[in-house]
Design a protein around this ligand. Structure first.
Ligand code: 5GP
Ligand code: ZN
Length: 139
């Protein structure tokens, strides 16, 4: 637990949160400023800032809870779909430095868009550049 972390305080029960479910390593609660009805945050119970900071086990537990909850959230608010996303690092828009998966219910007429819009202007990459990037990632 990090003393000055708002999500650690919710996990510990020190501040109220509308908790909707949990498993051994992850817990889910409603976002306080929802982008849509049912907007839920799924977080590891332990304090980790970035996705890669979690253990593989914690990471699995986190997505297990997302997987468990997504259809229940969709049913609860009669949504048509979901956007499921993580702002992983401040330059990606992460404001709370405790990993959290946003599960945002989407509706056919909500006026939103796909996740393709989040990264700014798309780069124009040659086949060679794409090959180099794939090689760097695969190691
Ligand atoms: P981020 O930009 O870090 O990906 O998103 C942080 C999210 O946490 C925002 O959607 C914001 O509404 C939510 N949030 C911030 N403070 C609180 C809080 O005290 N309680 C809850 N339930 N959500 C919060
Ligand atoms: Zn924390």
């Amino acid at each position: 637990m990090s003393e000055d972390c708002i999500f650690c305080s919710i996990v510990a029960g020190d501040i109220p949160g509308r908790i909707v479910d949990e498993n051994d390593d992850a817990i889910a609660f409603l976002d306080a400023n929802p982008m849509a009805p049912g907007h839920t945050l799924v977080v590891p119970k332990a304090h980790h800032v970035r996705v890669a900071d979690m253990s593989a086990e914690e990471s699995r537990a986190l997505f297990d809870l997302v997987h468990e909850l997504a259809p229940r959230i969709e049913d609860a608010v009669d949504a048509d779909a979901h956007t499921i996303a993580v702002n992983d690092g401040p330059d990606a828009g992460q404001e709370v430095p405790h990993v959290h998966v946003h599960v945002v219910p989407r509706f056919a007429d909500d006026g939103g868009g796909p996740i393709h819009g989040v990264a700014g202007t798309p780069p124009s990459l040659s086949d060679d550049e794409l090959d180099d990037i794939a090689e760097s990632i695969s190691g």
